[in-house]
Structure formats: C-alpha cells, structure tokens
Design a protein around this ligand. Sequence first.
Ligand code: HEM
Length: 297
Amino acid sequence: MIPGDPQSSLLARAIPLAIAWGLACAVVGVSLTLLVTGWDYYLLPIAEQGAHPSDPLLRSSGRYGLALGVTAASLMGLNVLYLVRRNLAGNMKLGSLRAWMTIHVATGLAAPVVALMHSGFTFRTPLGVFALGLLTTAALAGIVGRYVYSVVPRGSSGRELELTQVRATAGEALEQLEGELAAEARAAGLIKEVLAEPLPPRPEGWIGARIMTLVRSDLRRRARLRTLRRALGSDAKSARLLDLLETVLDLRVQARQHQELHRIMASWRGAHRWMALTATLLLLGHVYVAVRYAHLW
Ligand code: HEM
C-alpha cells in the first residue's frame, strides 16, 4: 500500500466503468441503428437527399441529425470534465481520477462516431469537417496515450507516483516475493534467474520511437513471464509467485524509466491537448455558423 494513496473498492471502480461504457454503447448503438435503418438515405447523392422521406429526420439539421450533433457536443463536454477533475483538489469528493479517466475514454471514443452520424456523411461545412477530423485524430491518439498512461506508475486513485514511492513499493514487493520463495526451492531458482536479467534500455529518440521501445520491452517481459508460467505450472502457489514477480518487474522498470515515462507522457499530453482544444474551438465556430446562418431556431 502506497502512503497517502487510498485504495478504491471494486464497487467504486465498477460503477463508473458501467455508467461510462453503458452511455457510450447506448449512443453508439443509436447511431448504428440510424445507419442501418437509414442506409438508403445516406447512400444517396447529396442533391437527391432532400427528396427522400427521411430527410427531415436524418439530415444534420433534422430532428435526429440535430439531436446527434447535440449529443456529440455533450459527450465532448463530459469528456473534458476529466481535465477539470484532475486540476481540482484531490480531497474533494468528486470520484477518483481513475473513474474520470474511464469516462474520458468512453466519451472520447463515442463522440467522433456520433459526430460522424450527425454529419450524415455529407462533409459540407469546413469548420464541422475539420472539427470532426481533429476529434477523430485526438481519439485515435488517445488510444496510444492510454497505453502510455497505463505504464506510468500511479496509485490506485490514479495519481502519478514519485520515484521514491515507486522504489519503496518495488522494495516491499521484492521482500514479499523473497519471503514466499524461501519455501519453494525449484521456483526460487527460476524466478531468481529472471530477477537477475538486465532491465530494458531507456527509451530514446523521437516520441514514436520511445513509445515503440516501451511496447517492445513490455511484450518481451510478458513473453518471459509466459515461458516461466509454463515451466512452473498453473497451481495457485505458482500463480501467486508469478503475480508478485510481475509486480516486481513492472515496478523495477518503472523506477528505472521514471523520468523518461514522465517525459513521454508530457509530450503526448501536449499534442493531445492542442488537438482537443483546436477541435473544441472549431466546434464552437461550427455551432455559431449553423445557428447564425442556417436559421435552425
Ligand atoms: C476525442 C475526444 C477527446 C478529447 C476532446 C480529449 C481531450 C483531452 C484533454 C483536454 C486532456 C488533458 C490534456 C492536458 O493534460 O492538458 C486529455 C488527456 C488525456 N486523454 Fe483525452 N481526449 C479525447 C479522447 C481521448 C481518448 C479516446 C482517449 C483514450 C482512448 C484519451 C486518453 C487521454 C489520456 C490518457 C490523457 C492523459 C491523462 C493524464 O495524464 O492525466 N483521450 N484528453
């Protein structure tokens, strides 16, 4: 247990997970239903869509089309609340950062899908098209960032850990592992061999190369653990030793690459932030133009 890091209960983690993914699946489900039921409308050339009976419902300014646009914008609003939560005092009762990250990911992935359905695949307004393009890019970049986020050491609340905390936790986990190995002569030999292996290199170069180094070393570590799992068997005792070993190895790598991991996260976050900010500004411009010149209301 990391000092000052409250452990969140299983229920506290499961509820936001269910709400966030339930909401995302519901809005994506409605979008896909409209796509399937209105495919003959969406496939028509733009000039002929106006004469189709579904036009008053499905065009971007139609009853469903507009509702999709408002939903996409609301999902974006919900999405950036993560930033608000992250910058607020940690002891306010607003849910853990981890829970907000789940909401961020689910709404971030759903928003471009819903916005695409709002466009009706017509791509006529430049501001809207650029907003959608950037939103989609931000969401795809988000998937890479989510991976980096998962390898940056953090406590169960989702806060990033200091190097001293990572080292202390790695030391505690190693002590626990060594204690349990005392009674397991065969496993002890194999596990100590893995512990003596050199740690992976520090990631270097441009951000893409650094992320690839992280992925490669992660995959190698997982493959090494799989080989060991086959050698030790899958009884409860071996499974526990291997879980502990995995924790020790992950924490050791995180301690060694602490500075690099934080740098990678910061560079990626900067790019993601600018994409999100520009997409939001374009979206506001798009809404202004639509309301001001298309006489929606
Ligand atoms: C498309 C809509 C999205 C928008 C508008 C958006 C916006 C943002 C913003 C404003 C931040 C804060 C950046 C900062 O620290 O200044 C952020 C962080 C982040 N986003 Fe997104 N995002 C979107 C989608 C996604 C998706 C789909 C994912 C994952 C699959 C994702 C993963 C992340 C991660 C991992 C962080 C870093 C969190 C941290 O270090 O505290 N984002 N996003």
